[in-house]
Design a protein around this ligand. Sequence first.
Ligand SMILES: C[S@@+](CC[C@H](N)C(=O)[O-])C[C@H]1O[C@@H](n2cnc3c(N)ncnc32)[C@H](O)[C@@H]1O
Length: 241
Amino acid sequence: MEPNVSKSPDRIASMFDAIAGRYDFLNHVLSAGIDRRWRRRAIQSLSLTGAERVLDLCTGTADLAIAARTARPAARRVIGVDFAAAMLGIGREKVRRRSFDGSIAFVRGDATRVPVLDGSVDAVTVAFGIRNVEHSQAACDEIYRVLARGGRLAILEFAVPTMPVVRPAYLWYFNHVLPRIGRALSRHQVAYDYLPASVGAFAAPGEFVTILRQSGFSDISAVPLTLGIVFLYTARRGSGG
Ligand SMILES: C[S@@+](CC[C@H](N)C(=O)[O-])C[C@H]1O[C@@H](n2cnc3c(N)ncnc32)[C@H](O)[C@@H]1O
């Protein structure tokens, strides 16, 4: 049976809620720990100075929000937005344990309707969330709206590598090995079938760059990480627009 790639908000939120308790562990196992390096790289691309207000969309269990606060220099404040309550609950607890609860706040909400004023944040980050958003163009338009002029964007997202040898090896791991490990460790029947299916169905890097351009962003770049299995997209809201 073909995996269901429907991205209805109810379906996506309940899927992440169901795996929330094992999400961090599975992330680190399935990526062999490289996910931490990808998040650090995304934060570095923002060139933080210590004064920034950062919005982390699809924040999940808050690893990227925490990375923005532990970077040197760090963001001054971070707001994490996600619609999955159980993912946010785990994020809140991690933030409290690290005593970042005065500088990282969470809001339950949808990435296409962020409860934040126009031009009110200096940077926006999204890690492994944008492909799950039902209307990614609407989310990019929303990110553009909330960013201050000159504000920066960093998005991490999986991609299907194009290099010979790497591509078939990756597809075998991603389509056959990863879902089995994910199913066994998460005890969720479909979440780790959805992961490779959603990556395959998401815009290719060139197409996603077009989406960012259509939202109005400038200085757009798409940098492949780890043989192209992940892309770091960076962009800026122009100072005039
Ligand atoms: C793969 S997790 C990524 C979490 C985190 N950013 C990380 O790096 O581990 C994707 C997250 O995006 C959230 N999400 C997906 N679509 C969303 C939307 N439209 N609005 C808000 N959150 C969304 C899910 O609830 C989930 O927590």
